[in-house]
Design a protein around this ligand. Structure first.
Ligand code: PAF
Length: 272
């Protein structure tokens, strides 16, 4: 992959990179399309990264569909798909990790304390292997996006990071490979995440209010459904992820909720 990227760079290509864990959906495809607006040689990686799963999480059952994924990647006009095996990225004596100080200690990082270390480690490795000029990440994983931006800045990776908007199902559910776990009966519960975010947007519109007010409303909407278990609902500064008790400037409202065994996340920007 490194030799191939060197060759493409010598040919004057601008390499855009979309890292994924596969089981591709419209959200991933939109990242690829966004990528091709910023460069002319698209590389997509497909790798279910073990270091971002903790013991007891869904590493083994994570949905996989490599053949179908490769067809989709080709259809989107990618020049290459990078699909390493686990022992190629993590040989037996692997012992170097990349981690950030404070950004991972918020939101998802509280209940998944080793998750972002796994993400930043594998993304650093993929950046060094794929050697892109630009990489695209979805805003659905907002915390991941700003952690990658910070890592790129702090570690002087010579790569531009592009954020792409969340793609939703027609009913509003944010697209995610994990949606495949949801049963039909769980769908209304899954939708309650976005409904609570929309409600918050309406409440906040054109007034300054306490974050607790929108968080309480969200809790009511979500817990009205059986099988929901709230991990967190937060209103925070979009740059630092520090709590914002008063929404007197644009704030990120982010939440993570378990619906049955499926952990879902979503977020919106609240603008008073
Ligand atoms: O967002 C994802 O799918 C993963 O966290 C990523 C960036 C591909 C790293 O494994």
């Amino acid at each position: 992959m490194q030799a191939h990227s060197d060759e493409m760079r010598c040919l004057g290509k601008k390499i855009v990179f979309v890292p994924t864990m596969g089981f591709l959906h419209e959200g991933h495809l939109s990242l690829m399309r966004e990528g091709l607006r910023h460069g002319d040689y698209l590389v997509v990686s497909i790798f279910v990264n073990p270091t971002q799963f903790a013991q007891g999480e869904d590493l083994d059952s994570y949905p996989r569909s490599l053949e179908r994924d490769l067809e989709l990647v080709e259809k989107e006009g990618a020049g290459a798909a990078f699909t390493p095996r686990e022992n190629e990225l993590y040989p037996e004596d692997f012992q170097t990790y990349v981690s950030l100080e404070s950004l991972p200690r918020h939101l998802c990082g509280i209940s998944r304390p080793t998750f972002f270390r796994g993400v930043t480690t594998v993304v650093s490795k993929l950046f060094n292997i794929v050697k892109p000029h630009i990489a695209v990440f979805g805003e659905k994983d907002y915390q991941q996006l700003i952690i990658i931006r910070r890592m790129v800045r702090d570690m002087n990776f010579d790569i531009g990071i592009v954020g792409a908007p969340t793609i939703r199902e027609p009913d509003g559910l944010a697209m995610s490979s994990r949606n495949a776990y949801l049963t039909k009966a769980q769908r209304p519960a899954a939708l309650s995440l976005y409904k609570s975010l929309l409600k918050a947007k309406t409440i906040v519109q054109s007034r300054i209010i306490k974050a607790a007010r929108v968080i309480d409303e969200a809790k009511i909407i979500i817990t009205a459904h059986a099988e929901t278990d709230i991990d967190y609902i937060n209103v925070c500064d979009p740059r630092t992820l520090d709590d914002m008790p008063i929404i007197d400037r644009p704030a990120l409202m982010a939440l993570a909720v378990r619906v049955g065994k499926t952990r879902l996340i979503d977020n919106v920007l609240l603008v008073p």
